[in-house]
Design a protein around this ligand. Structure first.
Ligand code: S3P
Length: 178
């Protein structure tokens, strides 16, 4: 059974949607940032602060390679995970890749005030530049769902409908409405 992999910029809803989607399918949910935190016993912010982004990306690559070997899990990646094409390749081998897209306005209103993302510390222009540069990576997904104006249930329903259309078996059947 393939994995479902959520990619997209920070604040597009990957973790929240991923959790609900996994619940709907009765699959396990894994968040790569959380696994990196468990493995290193450090928060993402601490890894960046103490060891730098290079170390974070190397931990991320190891976690991605491991998760890509599993099946029937919903994986929420970090916003920069698929910037490394090796990660996208590994995740694609055994997974359907879904890009969660959101406008810059939606992203900033959701997470602009939070303090837990080292790469959101810059100016709005810097964040916007990163967002723009990364769109080409996110566009490699099997399909995209725009979450800007949707609540979690709407996004999950849209994902399930699109997955159902992509496959001719019951691989992605919703098991609960909660
Ligand atoms: C990052 C996004 C974060 C986290 C790290 C780097 C990025 O994850 O992996 O701070 O490069 O965009 P979220 O997308 O879950 O915020």
């Amino acid at each position: 059974m393939r994995n479902i992999v959520l990619i997209g910029f920070m604040g597009t809803g990957k973790s929240t949607v991923g959790k609900r989607l996994a619940q709907s399918l009765a699959w396990d949910f894994v968040d790569t940032d959380c696994v990196i935190g468990e493995v290193t016993s450090l928060s993402v912010t601490e890894i960046f602060r103490r060891h730098g982004e290079t170390r974070f990306r190397s931990e991320e690559r190891i976690v991605v390679a491991r998760l890509s070997q599993q099946g029937q899990i919903v994986i929420a990646t970090g916003g920069g995970t698929v910037v490394d094409s090796r990660n996208l390749e590994a995740l694609s081998q055994n997974g359907i890749i879904i890009n969660l897209h959101a406008s810059m306005e939606a992203i900033l209103s959701r997470i602009g005030h939070k303090n837990d993302r080292p790469l959101l510390k810059g100016t709005r222009e810097a964040i916007e530049k990163l967002w723009t540069e990364r769109q080409v990576c996110y566009a490699q997904a099997d399909f995209t769902v725009d979450t800007s104006q949707k609540n979690i249930d709407e996004v999950v329903s849209e994902i399930l409908a699109r997955l159902g259309r992509m496959t001719d078996n019951n691989e992605f059947t919703r098991v609960s409405e909660s």
